[in-house]
Design a binder for this molecule. Structure first.
Ligand code: SF4
Length: 141
């Protein structure tokens, strides 16, 4: 089974109500059983406020840009919920640059909003990697 960030499949689940449909990926996956996921739409719907990652006291936190709410735990819970429903995933395709889904391209800020890392991992992706120790992980632009 293959799991994919839903916005890459063309679902309008991004913060702006749009998607990041990737035709090459869709073509590649046409013979596979595909399960979409979008942790942020499950928590906040779409459109929604954006989320930024902050390094605070050695912890990466996901904070809403308008509400200033901490969504870190909720995003981790989404990963656990996904695992409880679909434990047999072999490959994950994650959208790049997302504070939830990125594997190596999320921006991380310090508490004063200075950029300190552009190669971070999203909160959901990090928890998924812990849960699926045997799976393969691919980041897609
Ligand atoms: S990158 Fe992840 S959280 Fe953001 S819209 Fe796509 S699936 Fe949802």
């Amino acid at each position: 089974m293959v799991a994919v960030s839903a916005c890459l499949l063309g679902l309008n689940c991004r913060y702006d109500g749009k998607n990041k449909r990737n035709e090459d990926l869709l073509h590649k996956l046409k013979c596979y059983e595909v399960v979409p996921f979008c942790p942020e739409v499950n928590i906040l719907g779409s459109p929604r406020e954006t989320i930024d990652l902050f390094l605070i006291e050695n912890e990466i936190l996901a904070i809403g840009s308008d509400s200033k709410r901490d969504f870190t735990k909720l995003l981790e819970n989404e990963a656990q919920r996904f695992y409880n429903s679909f434990s047999e995933v072999d490959i994950f395709y994650f959208k790049s640059k997302s504070p939830s889904c990125a594997l190596k391209s999320a921006k991380i800020y310090d508490k004063d909003y200075n950029l300190c890392n552009e190669k971070g991992m999203g909160i959901f992706a990090k928890k998924i990697k812990e849960l699926y120790s045997e799976a393969k992980f691919v980041e897609v632009r």
